[in-house]
Design a protein around this ligand. Structure first.
Ligand code: SAH
Ligand code: SF4
Length: 348
């Protein structure tokens, strides 16, 4: 049995033809899955009995199950708890940005690449228990199918994908890059709309550069000095700032693409005037944008969200030094939208 979400459209066509069915059957199958978001063979009404039997006996369609969906009042943030075949659970979040002109609506899917994470950033709920296992490419791709299937009721689809859910994508690099390429091809989502967020795994950044893959690179920087970053992003001890920034410069020389730096904002920790100055120094000459993320407090944690005025004064200082800086829209905080939070709550 092969999982359908491992296959590109071309390989689906080949497989169907090799099994002795006409090409239009392959096209119908692709239409059910990728246009109609239907995965139950019995509901694929225009297929004949023989082809359905072949599919049921040879192809696996769904291995992820939806355990729970939490939708906020305005249905702007929809959070999913998903069950994997081996009973582990992961989360994903749909963020909907509605525009007056509905053709400009954006639906972003924040998906997971691992169960747990070994990086163990102290503010992050995902890292609490370390790494459980990597996701397979097909388990990553299937998250998009589940999201699209949910969005059918709003007559819309996912058009942006961010690897910002559970896990460090570059510690599962091969499956993540396989999944990203399948998402790009099968869902026709361009590389410019696929973001990979890394805590700073240098091999991953170099591979994007060397292969000239045009995904958007986001780096979770969070601090301008090794002293603070060693604490906030513990793999900084393995990949210190000077090497990380060197890799980012290499990436930019190769791809000419702008880099996003994520910067979690924590009260009393990393938003002092001196941090803004050092940050500007560190990033000098890199074409980049900084995404300030006011920290979401994970239950009884020591990490406190700064006051609004402190958040804005840090932004102003960074801008004064010439950095492009935006504050991430707060979505999902009321439904435990930060990665790993829902899962931990369910377990309790
Ligand atoms: N492991 C990768 C991608 C997943 S985390 C990485 O760290 O980049 C995606 C983003 O969510 C990261 O920038 C991370 O720092 C942020 N994040 C994690 N926990 C958070 C919290 N409690 N509040 C706000 N942002 C958080
Ligand atoms: Fe892992 Fe990212 Fe969470 Fe850090 S922030 S523990 S790298 S998922």
């Amino acid at each position: 049995m092969i999982n359908i979400f491992k296959l590109s459209k071309d390989s689906i066509m080949k497989k169907v033809e090799n099994a002795g069915f006409p090409a239009y059957r392959g096209k119908q199958l692709i239409d059910w899955i990728y246009n109609k978001s239907v995965f139950d063979v019995e509901s694929m009404t225009n297929l004949d009995k023989e082809f359905k039997e072949y599919l049921i006996n040879n192809i696996k369609f769904v291995t992820l199950e939806t355990l729970k969906i939490i939708e906020d009042d305005k249905s702007e943030t929809i959070k999913f708890l998903l069950l994997l075949g081996d009973r582990n659970t992961i989360e994903m979040v749909i963020m909907r940005y509605k525009d007056k002109d509905s053709s400009k609506n954006r639906n972003t899917l924040c998906l997971s690449s691992q169960v747990g994470c070994k990086v163990k950033c102290p503010f992050c709920a995902t890292g609490t228990d370390g790494l459980v296992r990597n996701l397979k490419a097909e388990e990553i791709v299937q998250q998009v199918t589940i999201a699209n299937s949910f969005l059918k009721k709003y007559d819309t689809k996912i058009n942006n994908v961010v690897f910002m859910g559970m896990g460090e994508p570059f510690f599962n690099k091969d499956e993540v890059l396989k999944a990203a390429s399948l998402i790009k091809e099968n869902y026709e989502i361009s590389s410019r709309k696929i973001t990979i967020s890394t805590s700073g795994v240098i091999e991953g950044i170099k591979e994007l550069a060397d292969k000239e893959l045009k995904y958007v690179l986001a780096v979770s920087l969070h601090a301008p000095t090794d002293r603070i970053r060693d604490f906030l992003v513990p793999i900084n001890k393995k990949y210190p700032l000077n090497e990380l920034i060197k890799a980012c410069r290499y990436y930019q020389t190769k791809t000419k693409k702008r880099i996003t730096f994520e910067y979690i904002m924590i009260n009393g920790m990393n938003i002092w005037p001196d941090d803004a100055r050092q940050l500007a120094n560190l990033l000098k000459g890199i074409d980049c944008h900084i995404n300030g993320i006011p920290v979401n407090s994970v239950s009884d944690s020591e990490f406190e969200r700064p006051k609004k005025k402190d958040i804005y004064s840090f932004k102003k200082m960074c801008e004064k030094y010439g950095l492009s800086f935006s504050i991430r829209e707060e979505k999902g905080t009321d439904i435990e939208g930060a990665c790993g939070q829902l899962k931990n709550k369910e377990r309790k």
